[in-house]
Design a protein around this ligand. Structure first.
Ligand SMILES: Cc1cc2nc3c(=O)[nH]c(=O)nc-3n(C[C@H](O)[C@H](O)[C@H](O)COP(=O)(O)OP(=O)(O)OC[C@H]3O[C@@H](n4cnc5c(N)ncnc54)[C@H](O)[C@@H]3O)c2cc1C
Length: 432
């Protein structure tokens, strides 16, 4: 079963595999949104003139998480805002958060500027409370207002029930400055914009190894090599055996998505809003209505990749738990993707002692943060300004391979059990 996104794009541009040896000022490894945003950011700054900027992608542009995700575009990082505040203190936490809301705006501007047709629904995001504990939402709302200067509007249980026809939720918060879109169309648009600005992209060009070469590196693929002054590691949860320091600092964690058949009028019996929705659990459901009346539904986190049929079965069960009125609905597409998680849950953006740049560890909240990393690395590599010191607090901390994965799975199971217990504390209310 193909992803809905792949089934609904035409990949009209072929980016030929690298053949032979050539020089580049910057070689970016990975054609996801982290790599392509860096390349576009460099090109927009006029950097890389002369030898230029090259992106090497093992498969096709957008093959990884960037072309498979839920399509939510909003502020913040995988590390939640309360922990960001605890770690960095008020001012720096606010500055780092503001980078992500600036990135949401930059994405909007790029969509306009480069005429990227990516099915934008600019209708905000709802955080729905799974638990019958109003204090959870209220403390989140205050934190966002008082410490981060953003206003998430409260939705009473009745207001929410008029949009989401389920008895699962206990009110919500509405984040207005957020949108959802077709992420693969966006990534292809960013690639086309970068190529139009002079960046060379090679697909089917997996990087096999980096070799020191004077002040730079030789970047080897099966049929060629790039002599690069700067190298950027942006392989997300998919990079293997290229650069140990970076790969040992991220856990590849799977999450899953499905798209139902078009539901026609039945959609509104369940979801009567254009906003995207997620809930307050650790392993939350995230979903959104599509223009053709399908529901795109995502959820679960696991160290295991699963087959599409198993994903469809699990997610369909999750959907019916929230919207039992959709019984009998057909699942047309189901797929998974790998996120890259750091132990500290923040993106790792910077330059290692060996001179290699990196942008990894975006976790499940990567659309705006990968755009942040592209801007920060492009500015740093072009000599405009260094990566903010605050990111040094979130370095390439080792995750300890298989042991780290086992520990992550234990944590996920514990958090899901905790949420299941809390969710049962009060019985669901009937929808009024
Ligand atoms: C199912 C799912 C749902 C998600 N939902 C959301 C959401 O709704 N909103 C949100 O903000 N975030 C979401 N995320 C997270 C977000 O998608 C990621 O954080 C983000 O896309 C990471 O981008 P990236 O460029 O770092 O990695 P990727 O997009 O994974 O790109 C890495 C690329 O590097 C390539 N690569 C790897 N190794 C090599 C090599 N040796 N040589 C050449 N190329 C290589 C890969 O083929 C891949 O294309 C979701 C993620 C998943 C998986």
């Amino acid at each position: 079963m193909q992803s809905f996104y792949e089934a609904s794009v035409s990949r009209s541009t072929d980016y030929a595999p690298l053949a032979g040896r050539r020089a580049a000022h910057v070689c970016v490894i990975g054609g996801g949104l982290a790599g392509l945003s860096t390349a576009l950011g460099l090109a927009e700054r006029g950097a890389g003139s002369g030898d230029g900027i090259v992106v090497l992608e093992a498969q096709q542009v957008g093959f990884g998480a960037s072309g498979r995700n839920g399509g939510f575009v909003f502020g913040g990082y995988s590390l939640d805002c309360a922990d960001l505040l605890k770690t960095l203190g008020a001012q720096t936490a606010r500055e780092l958060y503001a980078l992500t809301t600036d990135a949401v705006d930059l994405m909007r501007r790029r969509i306009q500027r480069y005429a990227i047709d990516c099915d934008v629904t600019d209708a905000g995001v709802i955080l729905a409370n799974w638990f019958d504990e109003p204090a959870r939402l209220e403390s989140q709302r205050r934190l966002m207002r008082d410490s981060f200067g953003v206003d998430w509007e409260p939705l009473s249980a009745a207001q929410l029930a008029s949009q989401l026809r389920t008895d699962r939720y206990h009110g919500g918060l509405f984040e207005r400055n957020a949108f959802h879109f077709h992420p693969l169309k966006y990534v292809l648009g960013v690639a086309a914009a970068a190529a139009g600005a002079g960046v060379t992209i090679h697909e089917q060009s997996p990087v096999l190894r980096l070799q020191r070469d004077g002040a730079g590196y030789l970047v080897h693929t099966p049929h060629g090599a790039i002599e690069a002054r700067h190298v950027v590691m942006a392989g997300g949860g998919y990079a293997r055996n290229v650069h140990a320091r970076v790969e040992r600092a991220v856990l590849p964690i799977a999450t899953y998505v499905m798209a139902t058949e078009p539901l026609g009028a039945r959609l509104r019996e369940a979801i009567d809003t254009r906003a995207a929705i997620y809930d307050t659990r650790f392993a939350f459901d995230y979903y959104r209505p599509l223009a053709d009346t399908r529901i795109l539904w995502g959820g679960r986190i696991s160290v295991r990749e699963r087959e599409p049929a198993a994903i469809a079965r699990l997610l369909r069960r999750d959907l019916l738990r929230v919207y039992p009125q959709l019984h009998g609905v057909r699942v047309d597409y189901a797929w998974g993707g790998l996120m890259s998680y750091a132990r500290h849950k923040m993106p790792q953006i910077g330059r290692d002692t060996d001179g290699v740049w990196h942008a990894v560890g975006f976790g499940g909240h990567g659309m705006a943060p990968t755009t942040v990393s592209g801007e920060l690395l492009a500015a740093a590599i072009s000599g405009e300004r260094p990566v903010p010191d605050a990111f040094a607090a979130f370095g390439l901390t080792p995750v300890y391979g298989a042991f780290g994965l086992a520990a992550a799975q234990l944590t996920y199971t514990a958090m899901q059990t905790r949420d299941a217990v809390a969710g049962r504390r009060r019985a669901p209310r009937p929808v009024s």
